[in-house]
Design a protein. Structure first.
Length: 270
């Protein structure tokens, strides 16, 4: 078997978790990532027939039976992932009952996957329906997006339009906009179900006064989605109290649609 710590997906997961911590998005043990893998990704590195232990997921997902996920651990600090990936990450496979995770690598200190795993799995199910190439669900706590939920109307069209107006690239990077949930108790199936419903129409879902969920085809794309939205929110928080003399007009955003071959969410531009 090859060294799993040298697997491309593992190298990128460690790099991403480290970068998210460095950005200040994942204080303490905040935030979580799940990366859906193909069996071909892992069978050169792990004997997938050997199950270390079985852990209930708290959610039944028959659509995910047999799927593999690399998932950050509960209570783990992203700053430590680079120093001990085996303790802070785990690879699980969803068992035939659809509600048990078979641990095949990681959580070497006896830990388990993030408490937000049900929310991740629900979002994976929805994003797979929209685009089967979506492999990543990422949750973190970017400060400016959180701050924005305290002072901005939470209407999704208004929230999205404000972000689009802050940076020229925003409508290009997330033309599907940003969906928004009111404050809800985290770590529950209820917030997971609400997030998954929002994932039907957008790859970014803001949890008011908490953080954001992002989904994408790979770790780079998903990180970039959140990074771009957070930059826009930072600009907004710097200028929200000032008179706005200039903005990116709807006409300009229509020009961007044509130039970059994207289509803004229906009804979000005049």
């Amino acid at each position: 078997m090859k060294n799993i710590l040298e697997a491309p997906f593992m190298v990128e997961m460690v790099r991403t978790a480290t970068n998210m911590y460095a950005h200040g998005w994942d204080e303490r043990n905040g935030g979580n990532i799940s990366l859906r893998l193909n069996e071909d990704d892992v069978d050169d590195y792990i004997d997938v027939s050997k199950v270390i232990r079985r852990i209930p997921t708290g959610f039944r997902a028959p659509a995910l039976v047999g799927e593999y996920f690399l998932v950050t651990g509960t209570g783990k600090y992203f700053k430590n992932v680079q120093y001990d990936p085996a303790a802070n990450l785990g690879i699980i496979r969803i068992a035939t009952d659809g509600e048990t995770a078979e641990l095949i690598w990681g959580y070497s200190d006896g830990g388990q996957f993030t408490s937000e795993l049900p929310a991740h799995l629900m979002s994976h199910v929805q994003r797979m329906k929209v685009d089967p190439r979506n492999h990543v669900v990422m949750h973190c706590h970017p400060a400016n997006l959180l701050a924005m939920t305290y002072v901005h109307d939470l209407d999704e069209r208004a929230f999205t339009r404000t972000l689009w107006q802050m940076c020229t690239e925003c409508i290009v990077v997330f033309p599907d906009g940003v969906n928004v949930l009111p404050w809800m108790l985290c770590g529950t199936n209820e917030i997971g179900e609400a997030t998954a419903e929002k994932m039907k129409t957008a790859r970014l879902v803001v949890w008011s006064q908490h953080g954001i969920y992002g989904a994408g085809r790979d770790l780079d794309e998903t990180f970039g989605l959140i990074e771009t939205a957070e930059k826009a929110a930072e600009i907004y928080m710097k200028i929200a109290h000032l008179p706005r003399l200039n903005t990116i007009s709807d006409d300009a955003m229509h020009q961007l649609e044509v130039r970059f071959g994207v289509k803004a969410r229906d009804g979000y531009l005049d």
